[in-house]
Write a protein that binds this ligand. Structure first.
Ligand code: PLP
Length: 224
């Protein structure tokens, strides 16, 4: 049974968690990948059942949208971990640092320095990921593949960011496996620990290819 055929988000959550656990068990490391429930466009009424089922890890891709719903939810469920997975403008760095626990979409110098400045001001040390444009797509966010290692090193050594991993959104129209494999190579070369890759259509593949975080939206909350 595929997760989409089930009625409620909590039923789909259980299936997706089981799929992730099964895929993780096939890995040599056996290390379970973590599910980021991507709640963009969905409101508190859709999110609360998932929280009540015990899930705490969520992703949003717009700062303003996240500000409208998460502060109240964080009050109710203080151990929520909220990841920013969408593009960030430097004029939103202040709000992003105040609200998010992890920022996954650092892809240029201006954002890196704006976030580092804000973290200092707010005395917050937020884990970060560098987003890689792994499909070399014209219109897509992310640092170019050939610039990734130098950029990670610069973010760490010159800007002082805690770069924990790499994140990608591969081209939608191609099988993702080859891109996930390339992310593994890049992560090793850049000496980062974690990979955020895989979405509704390909999260099991991503787990099998070493994802530490998969980001699942529509397969969990329904079509947007
Ligand atoms: C929306 C989004 C997702 C989730 O996409 P689905 O296909 O709905 O699972 C994952 N990652 C990013 C960056 C997104 O913006």
């Amino acid at each position: 049974m595929s997760a989409q055929q089930l009625d409620t988000a909590v039923e789909r959550l259980n299936i997706i968690n089981a799929n992730i656990a099964r895929a993780s068990q096939r890995l040599e490391s056996g290390k379970p990948a973590k599910l980021i429930a991507v709640s963009k466009t969905f409101g508190a009424e859709d999110i609360i059942p998932v929280l009540k089922a015990g899930h705490r890890l969520f992703g949003e891709n717009r700062v303003q949208e996240a500000q409208a719903k998460w502060p109240a939810l964080k009050e109710q469920f203080p151990d929520i971990q909220l990841h920013l997975i969408g593009p960030l403008q430097s004029n939103k760095a202040k709000d992003a640092v105040a609200l998010f626990d992890v920022i996954q979409t650092i892809d240029r110098a201006k954002i890196a320095t704006a976030l580092a400045d804000e973290m200092k001001k707010q005395n917050r040390d937020i884990a970060c990921f560098v987003q890689v444009n792994i499909g070399a797509e014209e219109q897509k966010a992310g640092i170019e593949i050939v610039e990734t290692i130098e950029f990670v090193n610069w973010c760490r050594n010159d800007v002082g960011l805690n770069i924990r991993g790499l994140m990608c959104i591969p081209p939608a129209e191609l099988p993702a496996g080859a891109f996930f494999a390339q992310m593994n190579i890049l992560a090793r070369q850049a000496k980062v620990e974690e990979l955020s890759m895989g979405m509704s259509a390909d999260y099991e593949t991503a787990v099998l290819m070493g994802a530490d975080y998969v980001r699942v939206g529509s397969a969990l909350f329904g079509t947007r």
